[in-house]
Design a protein around this ligand. Structure first.
Ligand code: G3I
Length: 349
């Protein structure tokens, strides 16, 4: 069975696709992806900085191709993402003197952006990651230009705006480390407040950048249940299970060549994934899927953040040029032990 067939009675199974895949520059990937997945997220192509890097300069070629591809293959399209502190060009927040714009100006720019992007694909998008990464791990608000300029109540504002522009799309809050209790409780509080005021929000995206043993099953299931209890759809939106060590000293953006003497320690599986690690990864994936399948009445989608171990963002995070093996398919699109382990969990579906 393929992933989409196996889980059909439970939830959607999606993938994220980058520019090379969408533009068909890597032979075979488009057909392979549509055979395994029934949902697709643009890994980067719908981000503000890609669509509209400078004022008045719009690039829709990749996102148009993605939406056409998905539609031709009956895959749901997930829009990613409308409001994010990252990958949004500085000009959005600044006036011609480089000073922060006022609230009305930023609201008008956001509305124009949503009309250009969400409006363009209105009716063809299954759901939008409306707001991405607004809360920190400890549960406090991220101090982003969005919040500074639009004000503390900006979350309601951006969800209402997105709903006005694409009333058919499901609207999601999406974030990483959503299993951490402090962050989880803050998200629950935020959503309850939105719901009490009738603000349209339909789902919670737990990104799912996981590792072997991380998160604990206790934290993972407590978070799933807390979000499910809100009456919303719950999704794993960006799943990967890294097999590489993540030493505290490994700073985001550090150059791996500077750590040459640590190379074996940082990048131990350049010759391939050892069988015992592949097995540990398979067990970890299976454990996550077991809990997701058990909650299929409110879990609506699981999306992998990539197609295979090749061209996967994890090979470049937090430092460039590592050889990670985070997906269900290897560099040659062959299923790994994790694939079989995940499929086995689909029995109740
Ligand atoms: O395409 C250029 C290439 O031409 C250039 O030579 C190279 C050198 O810097 O950069 C390439 O662009 C990179 C792009 O990924 C394509 O691989 C960007 O530098 C890099 O910043 C970008 O990273 C993306 C990251 O978001 C930042 O937008 C990752 O692909 C993407 O997987 C990642 O996805 C995020 C989600 O949107 C939100 N949640 C976390 C997740 C992982 O960080």
């Amino acid at each position: 069975a393929t992933l989409n067939e196996a889980f059909e009675g439970c939830f959607l199974v999606g993938t994220a696709m980058n520019r090379w895949f969408i533009m068909d520059e890597v032979p075979g990937v488009l057909d392979f992806a549509s055979s395994q997945f029934n949902a697709v997220t643009a890994e980067n192509a719908m981000k503000w900085g890609r669509i509209n890097p400078s004022k008045g300069d719009y690039h829709f070629d990749i996102s148009d191709a993605l939406v056409d591809y998905a539609q031709a293959n009956e895959m749901k399209v997930i829009g990613h993402t409308l409001v994010w502190h990252s990958q949004t060009p500085d000009w959005v927040f600044e006036n011609w003197r480089g000073r922060p714009v006022d609230r009305d100006t930023l609201l008008a720019r956001l509305e124009n952006h949503m009309e250009k992007v969400a409006g363009r694909y209105s009716g063809r998008i299954h759901g939008w990651d409306v707001l991405n990464e607004a809360i920190l791990d400890d549960g406090s608000w991220r101090d982003s230009p969005w919040r500074r300029i639009l004000g503390e109540d900006y979350v309601a504002t951006v969800f209402e705006m997105a709903h006005r522009i694409d009333p058919q799309a499901e609207l999601y809050y999406n974030d990483y480390n959503m299993y951490l209790p402090g962050k989880r409780d803050a998200v629950v509080t935020m959503v309850k407040d939105l719901q009490a005021r009738g603000v349209p929000i339909h789902g919670i995206g737990m990104q799912g950048h996981f590792g072997i043993g991380r998160p604990s099953m206790e934290d993972f299931t407590a978070a799933l249940d807390a979000y499910g209890a809100l009456g919303l759809k719950v999704m794993i939106t960006e799943m990967d299970v890294t097999v590489l060590p993540w030493p505290d000293t490994l700073a985001v953006g550090a150059d791996i060549s500077a750590a040459a003497e640590n190379r074996d320690e940082l990048d131990p599986y350049t010759e391939g994934l050892p069988a015992d690690i592949a097995e540990a990864q398979a067990e970890q994936y299976a454990a996550f899927f077991r809990e997701l399948v058990a909650r299929r009445d409110f879990v609506s989608r699981v999306t992998f953040w990539g197609v295979s171990d090749a061209d996967n963002w994890k090979n470049n995070f937090p430092v460039r040029g590592r050889t990670d093996h985070p997906m269900l398919f290897d560099r040659y699109l062959q299923p790994k032990p994790a694939f079989d382990a995940v499929i086995a969990e689909a029995a109740p579906c």
